[in-house]
Design a protein around this ligand. Sequence first.
Ligand code: SF4
Ligand code: SF4
Ligand code: SF4
Length: 183
Amino acid sequence: MKAVVATKTVKEIRIDVDKCTGCRACETVCSAFHAKPRYSSVNPARSRIRVVTDEINDEYVPVRAGNFTRAECDGRHFYQLNGKQYSECSFCRAACPSRDFFIEPDSGLPLKCDMCEDEPPLAQPLCVVACLPGCLTYEERQVETAVDETEEREAMARGLESLVNQHGIEAVIDRLKRLSKGL
Ligand code: SF4
Ligand code: SF4
Ligand code: SF4
């Protein structure tokens, strides 16, 4: 693993599950924000946040998409919450090949929360803005951190592989050439 140390602003979303009502407004705005063109459609399957829902026990746990993982992990832990058993996968943030969560339904590309990056930047991520019950709150802080370049390259390779499988190598190369020329 190759890592470099850098100072950066860490943007965090704190989750108070006791306040989550399971309204799924966060999923709605996230998928709309990331639609192409922006706000042109709503599809929670494209959301970078998913709410694990157990309506009978009134339990709702929002989970934001984290890094892509090439293979499912060996961990098979179970969580017991208020008498109900949940698998480790229920609360896992990974875009993992063992499930549909955090995989773009059309392209198969892994989805990852990007904190609603935009130009100019938003004051707060949209899921926080949409979360009227106050389950999600936004914070920023400065930290020194190691950047795992290998992991980022693997996620990019997976994305390119998926695009090539879907569109063919020539179409992908053609698109990259046009992008490099700003077309
Ligand atoms: S918008 Fe807030 S309260 Fe509603 S499901 Fe999402 S996290 Fe829970
Ligand atoms: S979803 Fe997460 S916990 Fe489940 S197999 Fe994949 S990486 Fe492991
Ligand atoms: S911060 Fe933005 S990208 Fe991340 S889950 Fe919330 S709405 Fe989606």
